[in-house]
Write a new protein. Structure first.
Ligand code: ADP
Ligand code: ASP
Ligand code: MG
Length: 491
């Protein structure tokens, strides 16, 4: 059995957390399984790195020295508390300091240039994971497990879409086989950095924020792993974000498609692209709580597991803007639509929802608020002449909105779900800005004011009785696929 186990920022964010991670990895290793670990940066470190890089570009000549000090202090203090052997402690701190020095020099060069390129930003952002891997490997060695930190720019090969790179899976597979497999065969436990890879030319690229989950699935694919385990700070994928809905329940099993839909529409617990490589090889993904390892967590796999509820979960994405293009009857709807989305695609902005009724000459779509000005400017350029001639009436932006999505494969062909959602919102007096339902019928999503999310999500959660859905698959007739282990994690 080969398992890839990924630990998120909170799971490696403190001395106690790293001790817990060491225990989990050591237990799995001692059971005789081959284990590859993937680690995120300590919580808050990636934000700190990006902030320092931005400050340096904006002219702050102290940003790199302040960053260096903060990085060294946080990781050194953790190493000192964690490691008892003075030689090991000394070597680990020297390694961390060398990484902080390299990172600080990069931030300094951003200041000298007065410019932060996407490429430099990704390189700088990768240092949190590099330092965390050194710490976790040292803690494992202390526990008697032969472990080694491995930097993922040696293994995960990607395209050059800095900030949101995609893996080149075949080359990555070759690298994993030449670097990680020999380590695993020697009985080592590789501790691989999450979040980043590199282009074929060696330029560091990141897989998007929260991308360490994706790294784990890419490595699971590349190593033909039996399972990928994502260890985080909640008991699994839940019926809603427990920070918004305290009575949210853990979903024992969901499909890859449902998980991707939930993640895409805001469930931060898993990166939306994680499911792609796992699904292509049918590798199950378990979501588990580092701080409550006895809880069975959530299994994400090929099959949809009915739990007696048509709706599985409610998610939300705050910080959304809706852009509306209002045309006139002189332009064809198809022509305007094609030009709008070609112009938007060139900006690289992600479009979350599209709303249009072809009888109306208006087209709306939702983007992240921080990308809205860029999108608006691109459309104004594209339609400059049409605006001037009055063929396009206006291009407008509404901000401080949120998308809420109601997700579940059981909605397919079940009438009345939309009615119940909108009735609930109506009773709560929440205005709906726009509505969309994908033809896959996996979700119904709609746009509301951002400040209404805290009322809307709990109200819909209650309307579908999600606080009382069974948290076990017993009696559903669903059994584990025969080709995979039927042993629940934690046993
Ligand atoms: P990690 O650092 O381990 O990657 P994240 O902070 O990225 O962890 O993701 C875990 C967080 O996701 C949880 O603390 C929780 O607040 C949030 N979350 C949002 N939606 C959900 C959901 N549907 N189920 C579980 N957690 C969710
Ligand atoms: N450390 C990275 C981030 O904060 C990646 C991750 O946590 O998955 O986005
Ligand atoms: Mg995460």
């Amino acid at each position: 059995m080969l398992r890839v186990m990924k630990f998120g920022g909170t799971s490696v964010g403190s001395v106690d957390a790293v001790r817990q991670v060491t225990q989990i990895l050591a237990d799995a290793y001692r059971q005789g399984d081959r284990v590859a670990a993937v680690v995120s940066a300590m919580s808050g470190v990636t934000n700190q790195l990006l902030e320092a890089a931005a400050q340096a570009a904006a002219g702050n000549d102290q940003a790199h020295t302040q960053l260096r000090q903060a990085l060294i202090e946080r990781h050194r203090d953790t190493a000192t508390a964690l490691l008892t052997d003075s030689q090991r402690q000394h070597e680990t701190i020297a390694h961390i300091t060398a990484l902080a020095d390299r990172c600080s020099r990069l931030v300094e060069s951003v200041h000298v240039l007065g410019h932060l390129s996407r490429r430099a930003e990704d390189w700088i952002a990768s240092f949190g994971e590099r330092m965390a891997a050194v710490l976790v490997a040292a803690a494992l060695n202390q526990a008697g497990i032969p472990a080694e930190p491995v930097e993922s720019d040696q293994i995960i090969v990607t395209d050059d879409q800095f900030g949101n790179a995609s893996p080149l899976l075949d080359v990555t597979r070759e690298r994993a086989h030449s670097i990680l497999v020999p380590l695993l065969e020697r009985g080592m436990l590789p501790v691989v950095t999450g979040y980043f890879g590199a282009t074929l030319n060696g330029a560091v690229t990141t897989l998007g924020r929260g991308g360490s989950d994706y790294s784990a699935a890419i490595l699971g694919y590349a190593l033909d792993a039996d399972e990928v385990w994502i260890w985080t700070d909640v008991d699994g994928v839940m019926t809603a974000d427990p920070r918004l809905v305290p009575e949210a329940r853990t979903l024992p099993a969901i499909s890859y498609a449902e998980a991707a839909e939930l993640a895409y529409f805001g469930a931060k617990v898993i990166h939306p692209r994680t499911m792609q490589p796992a699904a292509s090889r049918g590798i199950p993904i378990w979501i588990k709580n580092t701080f409550n390892p006895d809880h069975p967590g959530t299994r994400i796999g090929p099959e949809t597991v009915p739990n007696g509820s048509v709706v599985k979960a409610i998610t939300a994405i705050p910080g959304i803007s809706v852009i509306t293009v209002e045309g006139s009857s002189f332009l064809s709807v198809a022509d305007v639509t094609a030009r709008v989305f070609e112009a938007v695609a060139k900006t690289g902005a992600n479009v979350y929802m599209i709303f249009q009724a072809s009888s109306q000459h208006s087209l709306g779509f939702a983007v992240r608020q921080h990308e809205a000005a860029m999108v608006h400017a691109a459309l104004t350029r594209e339609f400059e002449l049409d605006l001037h001639k009055g063929l396009i009436a206006r291009i407008s932006e509404d901000s401080q909105l949120a998308i809420v999505a109601v997700v579940g494969a059981g909605m397919k062909g079940t009438p009345g779900v939309a009615g119940r959602v909108f009735n609930t919102l109506g009773q709560a007096g929440i205005n709906i800005v726009a509505i969309a339902q994908g033809s896959s019928e996996l979700n119904i999503s709609f746009v509301i004011a951002e400040h209404e999310v805290a009322r809307a999500v709990p109200a819909i959660h209650a309307a579908f009785g999600l606080a009382s859905v069974p948290d076990s698959t017993h009696g559903t007739g669903i059994t584990e696929p025969v080709t995979r282990s039927a042993v629940a994690p934690g046993n």
